[in-house]
Write a protein that binds this ligand. Structure first.
Ligand code: G4P
Length: 282
């Protein structure tokens, strides 16, 4: 199956982000901790040049904890400050604040020397679709005392969320697009459900997924679904269909139904927390 997706409006999105970047000190980039490489758009390194940076491994509650640690070190070695997060949890600001203070320490110090007190750090959340940007922003909005209105020099559409943590957050996230030139990236995005499932063939997606799981976590799914380990993914899919009662009229296993069930289980982390790519990427 060809994992392709044409999001369109890419140039428009990049231009919008360039405009927004002029307004901010800090870029908070979210990626999905289950695919920390594939859910990242490397253009952000160029776009965010000269800005303070925090990389958030979001949805860490769904990912393999040891893999998340490895990815954290990987990105730290690249010079980024990295935060593991579950954006659905309350008290996001409490987790975020110490890192913002650390990352922006020299700006805060510069301001202090100039006698400027309490100038907020202006931040923007960005990332590819579905990594949790709105969840992150909404959580901060709920916690924040007030929203400041439009200001001169600020695009009318943008609002700043003022927090009591010395941070002002732009209320509209920067949307980046994944890099679909690489089939593996497309496939990984399809696994986590960040590609329109309608354009995918369920059985092929599930078979690719089972194959990849066998490579990364051998035996884990056979054990969860209480079926025998199989040599190949197609046989494993059949066994899971039978074990889960996905049967068509005439006693044939309903492979499509089983495929959808397997993908949904994975996306909800029901069989366990798995990370679909290893941190040895570069
Ligand atoms: P986006 O703005 O980047 O496009 O992403 P958004 O916040 O809409 O989040 C996409 C989905 O991911 C939402 O689920 C959201 O609840 C979920 N999500 C965001 N952050 C986390 C996290 O850290 N952990 C987990 N487990 N889930 C997270 P949804 O099913 O689309 O919506 P809802 O039913 O949860 O409201």
């Amino acid at each position: 199956m060809n994992y392709q997706w044409y999001p369109g409006h890419m140039t428009k999105a990049v231009r919008a982000m360039q405009e927004q970047l002029k307004l901010i000190d800090l870029v908070i980039e979210l990626v999905d901790a289950r695919i920390p490489f594939s859910s990242r758009n490397p253009d952000i390194d160029q776009l965010g040049k000269g800005k303070y940076r925090i990389l958030v491994l979001n949805k860490a509650d769904l990912a393999d904890a040891s893999a998340t640690r490895a990815w954290k070190s990987h990105y730290e070695m690249m010079g980024l400050h990295v935060l593991e997060l579950n954006a659905k949890k309350p008290d996001l600001l409490k987790t975020l604040k110490p890192m913002v203070l650390e990352v922006c320490a020299d700006k805060i110090e510069r301001d202090r020397k100039r006698g400027i007190k309490n100038r907020p750090i202006r931040a923007m959340v960005c990332g590819i679709p579905n990594v949790g940007k709105s969840t992150f922003i909404n959580s901060i909005v709920r916690k924040s005392i007030a929203k400041t209105g439009n200001r001169p020099g600020v695009t009318r559409a943008n609002q700043w969320i003022r927090t009591d943590a010395g941070i002002e957050l732009l209320d509209t996230p920067g949307i980046l697009w994944p890099k679909f030139e690489d089939q593996v990236v497309g496939r990984n995005l399809a696994f986590i459900g960040s590609m329109n499932d309608e354009i995918l063939i369920p059985e092929e997606l599930a078979t690719d997924f089972l194959m990849e799981m066998e490579r990364l976590y051998p035996g884990a799914l056979a054990s969860y679904y209480k079926v025998q380990e199989e040599e190949n993914a197609a046989d494993l899919l059949r066994s899971i269909a039978i074990a889960r009662g996905c049967i068509k009229k005439g006693e044939e296993p309903d492979l499509e139904k089983a495929s959808n069930l397997i993908m949904e289980d994975f996306r909800m982390a029901r069989p366990g927390r798995f990370t679909m790519e290893k941190a040895d990427h570069d």
